[in-house]
Design a protein. Structure first.
Length: 281
């Protein structure tokens, strides 16, 4: 009977040849591997997934990592993505949020208002409201205090005056904080083209900067004046009025199938007063 040990050298030789051939075949190649479907594919967190329309000369963008920055009009990054939230540039400044606090930057990315505010209004006419100890005050876009925290609620400045709320009524203050139109309205909005729309006794009308009624409180809703016209809602339909309150367009209710005047804007008191929470993205 032949011994099994006599076959051992042959087996060893064959194994060596197989290893050599396999090594030669695999040299200079990449071994294909089955990807585990449970593994997460790496994503570049710096890649841009959102770009806003240009505003104030720059465009906001957001990365996949959730950070905001700004590009110039050619798409070049001029302010790196580093903010938790960013708003459009207006009056050469933009509101930003960093470490859960709000501040403002200029167009070079310099923090002109340090990010130290829990609530900060978007700047208007070089001024922005800030919230402290339950009241609203104003700073300039250079972080200079303009009006100490005094008001229960505010709107943006418009034509030098700002709507402010005190004791459940709205009036208007100037840039020093002096009340120039006494609080008498349920809601008041910024001045536009010399008139401001306010709500009194459940109806909308317009006042002038002296607080005098320019257009009676007779509408169910209105919009701000633009190019000498404003939207106004009557019992039957939306129309357009001039600064005397006279109808100048869409004066008759639209017939069936006809398009009427576009409506005004949402006058919800909670929309637009605390600008720290608005996310325009």
């Amino acid at each position: 009977m032949r011994s099994n040990f006599s076959l051992l050298p042959v087996a060893i030789t064959l194994m060596a040849v197989m290893v050599f051939v396999n090594s030669a075949c695999n040299k200079g190649t990449t071994t294909s591997q089955t990807v585990d479907s449970t593994k997460t594919v790496a994503v570049d967190s710096n890649a841009i997934d959102f770009t806003a329309e240009p505003a104030g000369g720059l465009k906001r963008f957001r990365t996949l990592g959730g950070k905001f920055g700004f590009q110039d009009l050619n798409g070049k990054v001029v302010i790196p993505a580093q903010y938790e939230m960013a708003f459009d540039f207006k009056d050469s400044v933009a509101k930003i949020r960093r470490n859960s606090l709000f501040g403002m930057i200029d167009m070079q990315g310099r923090e002109v208002v340090p990010a130290t505010y829990d609530r900060l209004q978007t700047a208007s006419e070089g001024k922005a409201g800030y919230f402290l100890n339950g009241k609203w005050g104003f700073i300039t876009t250079k972080n200079e205090e303009l009006i100490p925290p005094t008001f229960d609620s505010i709107m943006p400045f418009g034509e030098g005056l700002v709507p402010v709320k005190m004791a459940d009524k709205w009036g208007y203050a100037d840039a020093t904080g002096k009340i120039v139109i006494q609080p008498a309205y349920e809601i008041a909005w910024p001045f536009s083209e010399g008139l401001a729309h306010c709500l009194k006794d459940g109806m909308w009308g317009f006042i002038n900067p002296k607080g005098k009624v320019a257009i009676p409180f007779k509408f169910y809703n209105v919009g701000a004046f633009e190019d000498g016209k404003a939207y106004a809602l009557t019992e039957t339909h939306w129309l357009m009025i001039d600064k005397t309150g006279k109808c100048v367009d869409h004066c008759e209710p639209p017939k069936e199938g006809e398009k009427g005047a576009e409506n005004g804007h949402n006058h919800s008191e909670g929309d637009g007063h605390d600008h720290s929470s608005e996310d325009q993205h």
